[in-house]
Design a protein around this ligand. Sequence first.
Ligand code: BTN
Length: 330
Amino acid sequence: MSRRAEILLALADGALHSGAALARQLGVSRAAVAKQLARLRALGLEIEAVPGRGYRLPVPCRPLAAEAILRALGAAAASRWRRRIMVLERVDSTNRYLLARPLREAPRVCLAEAQTAGRGRRGRGWAATPYHNVLFSMSWRLEAGAAYASGLSLAAALAVARALEDIGVRGVGLKWPNDVLWQERKLAGVLVEVQGEAGGPAHVVIGVGINGYIGPAEAARIDQPWVDLYHITGTIPDRNRLVARLIVHLEAVLAGFAAGEGFAPFRAEWESRHLYTGRPVRLVQDGTSIEGIVEGVDEYGALRLRSLAAATAGSDVRRFFSGELSLRPA
Ligand code: BTN
């Protein structure tokens, strides 16, 4: 664990700690403590300084740490993931970072405390307050090629929902294609990016952003209804444990896809968690929209929409692949 992460861990209780006490605890000089605190602030962490008394975190947090994630994974999974989990303090995008690594290095997990150019679906960005959120990517080699990744982003969203439930979050639902919602507000998003030559293996990177705590600066940049775990549970989540559960569920999903099973085994559970089944919705793309009633999804993850158009009312069910589409309540 880095010196900075050690300081963060010492502050994780949210109590006041004097510079002298921190220096003693870590076995370094007060100047070294001050330098690391300044660096943490520069990286985007809010640290309150109370003159003459010390420092505290107004919103406490524990640092992400590969060792803590491995401990929470349990022995068998930990042996597969040892030396494959990297935690970065700051990166442009964890998805981009893994996509730029050679395919032979997969599988890997990359986590960051902060992203400077987080990528969202449909060319949007992803805003997250540094040190308080889950910014996660997992790379995988899909031997059968990109064509076999159809429906993977839906199955990945299901894995996120399962992981959140494992840490005690209730009432998590899904919105086609791959949003994770709580009371119809966005709690997490998935961005799957695939690279590869036709006929060859595909390099798949599954990016997951989970809102742990979103501060005012980032909240102002989010242009859709959102929620964070701090708001839902009233506490700061143990991100290392959440990440361990995410690895377990995503690994299961990816193993199924690697075995050629695709989305079909996940379809029933996905549909049971979809918040919009039977509801009127609008599918929007580039300013045009189509209205209909959601019937469900097919075995490839395509949305099945019953048309509302007068000429075809009651009969026509069309299928839509996710691509650049966005689903909204009608
Ligand atoms: C969405 O728009 O709903 C998908 C958001 C995905 C964000 C995550 S954060 C970690 C990973 N790295 C990125 O740049 N994006 C994904």
